[in-house]
Design a protein around this ligand. Structure first.
Ligand code: GAP
Length: 497
């Protein structure tokens, strides 16, 4: 654990030093649970979101059955508003049920999540410390005076318009999923998709977490990458299996080591109020105790819960099924939209509410996992062949914030001019960085810490034969490549990964 924490501290220091992640509003002391992505971090996170969008949506072939899928399927995207009609959250169950149990200490005013105080198996238990005496757990110190647990809704509340009263109350979305469900009919009516098909969305979500922690892992503002996949109820178990495996493979293809990644099925007690089956993709983050894993993504079989709720009203479990929850007058407690969310299959003449499989990933948790995985300390020989320790971020080339750095060996003999020409040419294809200050060794090290796969150096030989050195980040091997071949060379490398 101490070793892991040491690794985490080193990673956080690198992220600050190189401009991956900053504390939000740092000059004012920061604000708990909010983070900013710096110049390198914004590129990394964007590359993760773009890879997800490309692999799941725009690069998806609607006409061909993927090897493990039950059939071909279509994918489309959406970008919905963060603030939605408040009825959405009443019907979805978030208004009543999206809460954590909160315990206050009357003495030190600290707040704790009740489950973290109760559970002796919680990965976050080590964080449940008495602020007066960190070696003790809350409640164990003589001065502790804990309140009984009470419900705390995690949705951020705001008001829409100039009047601040209950009628103008609205919420920042705690998940992007609901925007997709309420647009289900719009998508059906405006595109040619029919089940099975998926709707994808990437966007900000907000949760007023009681105990934001573990760097960006549990934040109050974060981004989700969600797919709601609509299919015939009979086919939903097969699609659930498909998405579990597909999403797991996405992380390994981008470099997460399978020994630190696992797929874990939820026990029945863990299932969300809507879910009839969920598996989590989890990563062994270094801030966790050895053997523990943290959630990266959940793949949930949501049945017809969401479309039915938005059609009929908020549902409650009744035995093995769900029924519309009623108020004292026998009317729906939170009425749905009344819009028909069923799909009519004109070939089979069947009308049904599609079932939903939902792969729901966190862009910030994925970014953190890729950063943790990339962090490497190794030894490389210096100019004299003496081994020197180095810090290198072995990010997958698709995710690397900068793909190529271009250097003139020295600031004379026309080398800077030629290097800038190459830089401008390469910049038409990727994010490229130009650097002419300091020794070339230091410039390499800077790029190693930024995760840049290639460094291109213009030297005296370039001026005579038109070749440059290309240094590979991981092996530190250098090759001479002609300037004309550079784009093909880098493209071939990216295509191999
Ligand atoms: N629509 C389903 C849903 O929102 P979730 O398990 O609550 O399910 C999905 O969230 C993903 O969103 C998580 O696997 C995680 O990656 C990310 N996530 C959830 N809460 C988060 C938080 N407080 N900070 C960062 N990421 C979070």
């Amino acid at each position: 654990m101490a070793e892991n924490q040491d690794l985490m501290n080193k990673l956080m220091s690198l992220c600050k030093r190189r401009g991956f992640i900053f504390q939000s509003s740092e000059i004012y002391g920061g604000i708990g649970g909010f983070w900013d992505y710096g110049p390198l971090g914004v590129e990394l996170k964007r590359n993760i979101k773009n890879s997800w969008w490309r692999d799941m949506v725009t690069g998806h072939d609607d006409t061909t059955k993927p090897p493990d899928a039950p059939s071909p399927y279509a994918m489309v995207g959406l970008d919905c508003s963060i603030i939605m009609h408040p009825q959405v959250w009443k019907v979805s169950g978030h208004y009543d049920l999206f809460h954590d149990m909160l315990v206050d200490c009357r003495t030190c005013k600290a707040r704790f999540r009740a489950d973290q105080l109760e559970s002796s198996h919680s990965p976050e238990l080590a964080e449940g410390q008495c602020p007066h005496k960190p070696s003790k757990r809350p409640g164990e110190h003589d001065a502790c005076d804990l309140t009984p647990p009470r419900e705390f809704n995690l949705m951020f509340k705001t008001n829409v318009g100039a009047l601040v009263d209950p009628s103008s109350a609205a919420y920042l979305r705690p998940e992007t999923a609901q925007g997709i469900f309420v647009n289900f009919r719009n998508v059906l009516d405006t595109t040619r998709v029919k089940p099975p098909f998926g709707i994808a969305q990437i966007g900000k979500s907000f949760r007023n977490e009681i105990t934001p922690r573990h760097y960006t892992f549990r934040s109050r503002e974060f981004e989700q990458m969600e797919i709601e996949f609509f299919c015939h109820p009979d086919q939903s178990p097969a699609w659930y299996t498909y998405w579990r495996n597909r999403r797991y493979a996405w992380y390994t293809a981008l470099g997460l080591g399978s020994e630190r990644l696992r797929l874990r099925d939820h026990s029945p007690q863990e299932l969300s109020h809507y879910s009839c089956g969920t598996a989590d993709i989890e990563y062994a983050f270094p801030f966790l105790t050895e053997g523990e894993f943290g959630e990266l993504e959940g793949i949930a079989h949501r049945g017809d819960f969401d479309l039915r709720s938005h059609m009929q009203g908020k549902l409650v479990r009744q035995g093995d099924d769900f029924a519309v929850e009623q108020n004292e007058q026998g009317n729906p407690r939170y009425p749905g939209s009344g819009k028909d969310m069923r799909y009519f299959d004109d070939q089979t003449r069947e009308r049904y509410v599609p079932h939903v499989v939902e792969p729901s990933a966190g862009a910030d948790r994925a970014t953190l996992a890729f950063l943790c995985e990339a962090y490497t300390e190794d030894m490389i020989p210096d100019n004299q062949g003496v081994p020197q320790s180095r810090l290198v971020m072995k990010l997958h080339p698709r995710l690397a914030p900068i793909k190529v750095a271009v250097f003139p060996l020295v600031k004379r003999d026309g080398m800077p001019e030629l290097a800038q020409e190459i830089y401008r040419e390469l910049k038409r294809h990727w994010n490229v960085f130009y650097d002419q200050s300091g020794s070339v060794g230091r410039r390499y090290r800077r790029q190693d810490e930024s995760g840049t796969p290639f460094c291109v150096t213009v030297d005296s030989q370039t001026l005579t034969d038109g070749t440059v050195t290309v240094r590979d980040r991981d092996t530190t091997q250098q090759e001479r490549v002609s300037i004309q071949e550079l784009v093909t060379y880098v493209n071939a490398y990216l295509a191999r990964h």
